[in-house]
Ligand binder design. Structure first.
Ligand code: SF4
Length: 404
């Protein structure tokens, strides 16, 4: 079956590293941006040429790091390199992640003019104390302004990221953040539970007793509060951490993702092919998972003109790791990712078409056990879709591990 590609571009630059962040991103390397953008354009050209045919692409995601630190001219250069190399499908989704403190009305207008049609704003919280604890470089007023400017620029697909389970956060403060976010009327919301990552300042503060580690039970209550509030506000949950609005006139089936779901991220959850460009970017194509070298300086040096450009698709000169994906791994990954989709789940029909065997047959004991525990259910008019129950959403990891 024909599946267009998704394209991920990693922009590993930030003004400051937030206290909880363990992403592949660097503060103080802004001087590398021009060379980095040139290296990205080169990597796109080399990998696409190695495919031997003009690959179709239907989503682009500029993530980070802080892609909104790049000047509009750099975004233009990257998008031009992609348009030269790939066959853009009609209705292409082009998302850019932005830090609300880094954008202006003119910048957002320029992005929209370049074809960026989805903006993902890292709002995180509406409370100054919580933003300060996270060492975010913006305040909630910046979020309000950024949303207004985005609407003026013509963005009709906006997403906000929020974090819950912060040290000292209460259900009341989380409820306020949710209400304020809903009042901004975004089309999409991503809600992440804070995890305290090794090596981060936040971990050190908790380790020294300066902050109380977030309580798992309270975080679970916050998740349930979010589910209730967002459902009441007309959002549909379509993934463990993601909610979106349906189209105004839609008659959506109970097992379909809503219109404003992130199509780029659906590609990951459906375990379909994508190419990752940039430092530390990951890809999945031709039964291989790829991961590029992490540091932007090494990435740039790997893509100097005159290097070895004759690698077979999907290898890039910047590749750091290549992992073959055999059939068993593909099946396990399809289940683990597909079950994150709380409406779509994993369709037995699609599974059978992909793997030549029925999901019911391959995982009969696991499915029986997990349905018995109330964690999975068959859904849809002909019971074709296996998905998490409401209870299963809270215990997803317990379910996923059964399919590995
Ligand atoms: S802005 Fe995002 S990527 Fe950058 S340091 Fe903060 S959390 Fe990490």
């Amino acid at each position: 079956m024909f599946h267009p590609y998704s394209l991920y571009l990693h922009i590993p630059f930030c003004r400051h590293r937030c206290s909880y962040c363990d992403f592949n991103t660097y503060a103080g390397l802004g001087q590398l941006v021009p060379d980095y953008v040139a290296a990205l354009a080169r990597e796109i050209e080399i990998v696409a040429a190695a495919a031997g045919t003009r690959l179709p692409a239907h989503t682009i995601f500029l993530g980070g790091g802080t892609p909104s630190l790049l000047p509009a001219e750099s975004i233009e250069r990257i998008l031009r390199a992609l348009a030269d190399a790939f066959d853009f499908q009609p209705g292409m989704e082009i998302t850019l992640e932005a830090n609300p403190g880094t954008v202006s009305a003119d910048y957002l207008k320029a992005l929209r003019g370049l074809g960026v049609n989805r903006l993902s704003l890292g709002a995180q919280s509406s409370h100054s104390m919580e933003l300060a604890l996270l060492e975010r470089q913006h305040d909630y007023v910046d979020v309000i302004r950024a949303v207004g400017w985005a609407r003026q620029a013509g963005f009709d697909n906006l997403s906000l990221d929020l974090i819950f389970g912060l040290p000292g956060q209460t259900s009341a403060s989380w409820g306020e953040t949710l209400s304020r976010a809903v009042n901004l009327n975004p089309e999409h919301l991503s809600l992440y539970a804070l995890t305290i990552e090794p090596g981060t300042p936040l971990q050190s503060w908790v380790g020294r007793g300066l902050l109380i580690a977030p309580d798992d039970d309270l975080a679970a209550d916050m998740y349930e509060l979010a589910s209730e509030k967002l459902a009441a506000a007309g959002f549909l949950q379509y993934e463990i951490s993601n909610w979106a609005k349906p189209a105004a006139d839609s008659h959506l089936s109970a097992t379909a993702s809503p219109a404003f779901a992130s199509r780029h991220n659906l590609q990951y959850w459906r375990n379909r092919p994508y190419l990752g460009f940039g430092a530390g970017a990951h890809g999945y194509a031709n039964n291989m998972r790829t991961a590029n070298v992490l540091h932007p300086a090494e990435y740039i040096s790997r893509l100097q003109p005159g290097g070895d450009n004759s690698l077979p698709f999907p290898r890039s000169p910047a590749i750091g790791q290549l992992t073959p994906v055999d059939r068993a791994a593909e099946i396990a990954e399809t289940m683990m990712m597909g079950l994150r989709l709380t409406r779509e789940g994993v369709s037995d029909r699609a599974f059978t078409a992909r793997f030549g065997e029925s999901l019911r047959a391959v995982f009969a004991p696991q499915i029986t056990r997990l349905i018995g525990l109330g964690l999975l259910e068959w859904a849809g008019p002909d019971n074709d879709v296996l998905r998490l129950t409401d209870r299963g959403r809270l215990l997803g990891n317990q379910v996923f591990v059964e399919f590995v």
